[in-house]
Design a protein around this ligand. Structure first.
Ligand SMILES: Cc1ncc(COP(=O)(O)O)c(C=O)c1O
Length: 316
């Protein structure tokens, strides 16, 4: 019996997880570690254009890895036949590549889908697929994993402790004030053992109104598309799909755009700078994307007003 009475803990609406039947862990890289352990893969093919955190479990388990390139529509340039103990990892870039995932899943049985940027993309049957909640919502941790190969093992829950300060702080203060706390909370995940999802994230993720979030993200994305597509070197039309993007990817040669937007308090992250080290020639599409692709926020915190503000400052 839980203790009864006394002071209250934080309270949340009691709903359901969006990924109700998935295994719940702490981070995407832990999901990858889980898959590698469960499947016993000896080799893995990873895109150059991805997050360096994914190499943590690969290196930890001493698995051989090869990088492969992508083309200008973010499709894999990969035609190898996989050995039985070899996997292919593909990233659902910005939540806009579900079609590619469906065709890869028909071609490769050892496909691993990284949906860290595609929280709302449905998992493909019999395909190992993982998601990371931090990229979409205000939670300290949280990852979901679908696999037909579960481990018979329990993991201790992650306890965010001091690593939830930025989430509470940004509610009432400026993002700059809590940026260091945010960074520390991210560093804490480096080489962390596999944990199950924190109790705090469980509560938050069961309380969200996912249908509203989906609608808001799609509306914001379409608004930016209408105004910016003619200046964008990469375009994805979501109107005839169910895709729910993480951001609006804006590929532009405009000089000093990031600095200009920061000066207007529009914060645009720089993804995956390790890519510049990994690609030795420095001439691939990946270098271009790492330097000139601006992931513009379209998330549920924002509406037309904020989208128009961003558009005005890009067109300025
Ligand atoms: C595409 C992609 N996959 C995986 C990860 C790792 O996610 P996590 O920090 O939850 O391990 C990231 C991190 O930013 C990412 O961008």
């Amino acid at each position: 019996m839980k203790p009864i009475g006394g002071y209250f803990e934080l309270e949340f609406r009691e709903g359901e997880h969006y990924h109700k039947n998935a295994i719940r862990l702490s981070t995407a890289r832990q999901c990858l570690e889980y898959i590698l352990l469960a499947r016993g893969y000896k080799k893995i093919n990873v895109p150059y254009y991805t997050c360096s955190a994914l190499l943590e479990p690969i290196k930890k388990l001493g698995i051989e890895y090869n990088f492969y390139p992508i083309n200008e529509t973010l499709e894999p340039i990969f035609d190898k036949t996989l050995d039985n103990d070899e996997a292919l990892l593909y990233t659902n870039y910005f939540g806009l590549k579900q079609g590619t995932i469906l065709s890869l899943s028909k071609q490769y049985k050892n496909l691993i889908v990284d949906n860290a940027q595609a929280f709302f993309a449905p998992p493909v049957k019999h395909t190992d697929t993982f998601y990371s909640a931090r990229k979409f919502f205000g939670v300290p941790d949280g990852a979901y994993l679908y696999t037909d190969c579960p481990l018979n093992q329990k993991f201790p829950p992650y306890i965010p402790d001091s690593h939830a300060r930025h989430l509470v702080g940004r509610l009432s203060q400026t993002p700059e004030m809590y940026y260091n706390d945010y960074q520390e909370s991210e560093y804490a995940f480096s080489n962390m053992e596999i944990h199950s999802m924190s109790v705090l994230s469980e509560h938050v993720l069961k309380a969200l109104d996912y249908q509203q979030i989906i609608q808001r993200r799609r509306d914001n994305y379409m608004l930016l598309s209408r105004q910016l597509n003619n200046r964008n070197k990469i375009k994805f039309d979501i109107s005839s799909t169910d895709d729910v993007p993480m951001v609006y990817p804006f590929w532009s040669d405009q000089k000093n755009l990031r600095q200009h937007l920061i000066s207007q308090k529009i914060f645009i992250p720089k993804y995956w700078q390790d890519v510049l080290e990994w690609t030795s020639t420095g001439q691939g599409i990946e270098t271009e994307l790492a330097e000139r692709l601006y992931p513009i926020p379209i998330d549920q915190r924002y509406k037309e007003k904020e989208m128009n503000y961003i558009i005005d400052h890009i067109l300025e």
